[in-house]
Design a protein around this ligand. Sequence first.
Ligand code: FAD
Length: 384
Amino acid sequence: MIDIVKKSDCSGCYSCVNICPKECINIEVDDEGFGYPVINNEECKKCNLCEKACPVINDPKAEKIETIAYACRNKNEDIRKRSSSGGVFTLLCEEVIKKGGIVFGAAFDENYEVKHIGAETIGECEKLRGSKYVQSKIGNTYKQAKDFLNNGRLVLFSGTQCQIKGLKLFLNKSYDNLITSEIICHGVPSPKIFKLYKENLKNKYNSNIKDIRFRDKALGWNKFSYVTEFENNKIYSKTLHEDIYMKGFLHDLYLRPSCYECKAKNFTSNSDISLADYWGIEKKHSEFDDDKGISLVLVNTEKGKEIFEKISCGMEVIKSDIGYAISNNPCIVRPVKYNKKREKFFKEVEGKNLEHSIMKYTKTTLGKRVKDKIQSSLGKLRER
Ligand SMILES: Cc1cc2nc3c(=O)[nH]c(=O)nc-3n(C[C@H](O)[C@H](O)[C@H](O)COP(=O)(O)OP(=O)(O)OC[C@H]3O[C@@H](n4cnc5c(N)ncnc54)[C@H](O)[C@@H]3O)c2cc1C
């Protein structure tokens, strides 16, 4: 039976909830807004399946080949513009839907909360497009995916590294008709903080929300903006460095505790494909970088290779260097450092103004700014 001694022992993937044959595990949300499993001890038959399916404790059986890295961009400029990176995820969706399959991924619901859903048409897949920087609720989608797999349907399941690892352990066998695509993730922010942030914006604009885009590329991919559109047609738009929610997220101020000790890094999820932003592209393949978004695609298994070849005609591709890609995107292999101000932030945010608390705990000291400047100058000297 799972026993969560400390919060970082649970990534909130719902694998235990999905696998429990007695359906006696429920998710309860804590003060920080993250969900944790709670077992009904009277119903529990001590079968231990929940423990076996936990991605923090176990690794799925490896099917990995040597990872190959590619820089890719979708040939369809409109789709690339509306995607977070190079729009490769949409190509995967198109391939699977064309074959009568179903795609699982993260979408906004009517309250702009993020949940995993299954999409069976290209139109429905649009809801999955774009990064939503808040933890997505898996719900019972692992079970749904298993039913489709057992009925012979092709399934593409997309999620963070821990969500794919959780799925693989939940299924506990390999399916020829399953394709997994993990997104490289530096951590998932608290749904509670996102809710507070949305409420603040709604009050300021005196209107309900009709659209949210975390990665609007109107000013470019490197300097992307967070955008909220309101029903009264007003628009809030700020760049990643100006927007308060993005600022706290990029300072790793309100990530899930398990993210700082993530056990799903370094390809342990056994995902067929990993998708990320190709940060550092301007130095490696400068001719390819147009500031409209380049995906880093990591092909990890034979099945990943197969689907990558199939979607290749829809994108421009350059074979790249995995070592270079990792050095510019370390979250592929290791978790981010714990932000020591996190605890104080969560204590304070209860009674205080959100904006004030995020500003207070993301302020960089003069000493830190000088250190960063020296490190960056040294880096530039080394590159010469
Ligand atoms: C919380 C989070 C942190 C990330 N951190 C990094 C990082 O540090 N470095 C990096 O290179 N890339 C990171 N990414 C991934 C990156 O932003 C793109 O999602 C990825 O490159 C795919 O882009 P795309 O253009 O191919 O397709 P898009 O259409 O932009 O991809 C959307 C995909 O992301 C999934 N998705 C969206 N939101 C969530 C969510 N909350 N939980 C689970 N899945 C979600 C959708 O289901 C879909 O599969 C992060 C994404 C998220 C959601």
